[in-house]
Design a protein around this ligand. Sequence first.
Ligand code: ADP
Length: 270
Amino acid sequence: RALHVTARRIADDGAAGVVVVSRDVTAERNALRARDDLIASVSHELRTPLTSIMGYLDLALDDPGLPASARGALEVAERNAQRLFALVTDILSASRAPDADPAETLRASMIDLSAIARQAVEAALPRAAERGVVIDTEGIESTAAFADAGRVRQVVDNLLSNAIKYGRDEGRVWIGCTEDGDRAILAVRDDGPGIAEAEQPRVFERFFRADAVRRSSVHGSGLGLAISRDITRDHGGDLTLQSIPGVGSTFVVTLPARRPLPHPAPQESR
Ligand code: ADP
């Protein structure tokens, strides 16, 4: 049985006290778990036939004797199959068992955050070049973090890809990282249109896409930032946003700089 307990402090005319409300949320939690299980298995089942479709499209497109009209049609099919695959992959990583202990699925160790930032930039360069975007890496300082390298790379890839996708043509993207006490900090900034103030808190919600973006031809699932924030929080860190419409957006990742110290043993009383 799961109990949801809310405690509220009340102070009324000098009389102070605490009201505790306890509610059985077993049914709610089971329903949530069933929903997440269903989403996870459906997305997983969708990936297998999609992989086969993409494989055959690839094969067909390799045929040099393919008439131009058929090639055009198959290319459109391939692009859409890839979008569907990316969407299904996002949904799969966003649905997770509500009780899963994130610490158990993380493979944290001491990692070189600056190296991950550089690798992510390298991978993003072709997409940046397509839009004439320059990526400034001068702010990348040698930075260590205690984190799961694969997950952190996923976060940095997502932030860079957004900065390029939603930034402006011929724009500029800055990426930097540094250590600040017991935290490692990485920031990705762009000089794009930014995000309206009312929409800023919502960009971390699953499936949320800004109004202007939904009307544009830029594709996305609205899941990337939700997944990225989950990943940073699973590490005990966070992902935050500062954005000024018309000026640009900055996303800031914080991670632990080193392995957390074990709790000190209780002191013996003398
Ligand atoms: P997706 O890119 O798949 O839509 P995300 O979760 O990565 O999903 O982003 C959610 C929304 O936040 C985007 O649809 C866009 O409206 C907004 N957004 C994210 N990054 C930026 C950015 N750098 N500049 C402007 N808007 C952004």
